[in-house]
Design a protein around this ligand. Structure first.
Ligand code: SF4
Length: 317
């Protein structure tokens, strides 16, 4: 079985070649309600293990066929950090990769394992999921294997975020009636305020889920995004924008809205009607609104905020 897929074009990460570290079957330490794979009880160890040599041979061939990719993404039908030879594989990819970046998409469950923690430090980019911050909701939404604890995960992400020198992304997936309550968003906000990360992607279900649950519409996701502390680099992922209805915003409303929550071009397309977009353009030409770049995503915000709230960002005027 070929362990490589793609190239896949992602607006968030660029053109990516994926490595599936569980190519033949689902192997995961979670059994998430929203998983796009078939439901299966969570397990703690992989039993179907692809040899490192096989993956490296597949990758070498794929890189010859697709030399212009941006990123090599470690993923799995399940959780990629469960692959027992991950450290050996990452070392070999770091020799092979030349100018390509490396990325892993992880559910964060194994980050408290020192070996996994140290392996992930060797990557260029890491995306960690965090769907809940309280024990009850964590068990409800992610249905982890026995012994996996959310407080330990949050502590590990916190520590990792302050040591890792690459780009760190956090992803939260919201499920209607499960982790979208004010209390859970408040608990998530408290956890996120501890982390040092480049971007926080919030999204919802957009593919048939493993269990009978449903996602939020764009307005609901947007309302949730406003409940987070304005200093957090929240990005609503693009596929959810299709359900939005554009509205009229006055000049003052645009300034207040962007003060509370910087918006991406996609948010603006989804939220603003044509006249509101013209008002925004006027504010940009008057130098009252500017934009900052956070890992391939542009955010619009009042110019004064770049000094007041976002000193760490690269400001583009
Ligand atoms: S962590 Fe990913 S693969 Fe595992 S159950 Fe959740 S959504 Fe599915």
């Amino acid at each position: 079985m070929n362990t490589i897929f793609g190239p896949v074009h992602s607006r968030r990460f660029g053109v990516s070649l994926g490595i599936d570290l569980s190519a033949s079957t689902k192997q995961c330490n979670f059994d998430c309600l929203y998983c796009e794979l078939a439901p299966l009880p969570a397990i703690t160890h992989q039993h179907d293990i692809t040899p490192v040599e096989t993956i490296l041979a597949d990758l070498t061939q794929a890189l010859t066929q697709h030399p212009n990719i941006d990123v090599i993404t470690l993923t799995a039908n399940g959780e990629p950090t469960m692959y027992p030879y991950l450290d050996q594989l990452v070392d070999a990819i770091n020799i092979l990769k030349a100018d390509k970046k490396t990325l892993i998409l992880s559910n964060s469950a194994s980050l408290s394992d020192e070996k996994v923690f140290n392996t992930l430090l060797k990557l260029d980019q890491v995306k960690l999921s965090l769907d809940a911050a309280t024990t009850d909701i964590f068990h409800k939404i992610d249905r982890p294997a026995e012994g996996i604890d959310i407080a330990t995960i949050i502590q590990a992400i916190d520590r990792f975020s302050h040591i890792f020198t690459g780009k760190l992304f956090i992803e939260i997936l919201f499920v209607r009636g499960v982790n979208d309550t004010a209390q859970e968003v408040c608990a998530l906000n408290q956890a996120l305020m501890r982390f040092k990360c480049d971007r926080i992607d919030i999204g919802t279900i957009d593919r048939p889920p493993a269990y009978a649950v449903s996602g939020l519409d764009f307005q609901e996701l947007y309302t949730i995004s406003q409940s987070f502390d304005p200093s957090l680099p929240i990005h609503i992922v693009s596929r959810t924008h299709a359900t939005a209805t554009p509205s009229s915003y006055s000049t003052d409303e645009i300034l207040t809205t962007l003060d509370k929550r910087p918006l991406t071009q996609e948010d603006i397309e989804a939220l603003f009607d044509e006249n509101s977009k013209k008002r925004l353009q006027t504010l940009i030409s008057e130098d009252k609104i500017t934009h900052i770049e956070r890992s391939n995503v542009l955010f619009y915000l009042p110019k004064q905020n770049t000094q007041r709230k976002r000193l760490k960002s690269t400001v583009t005027t």
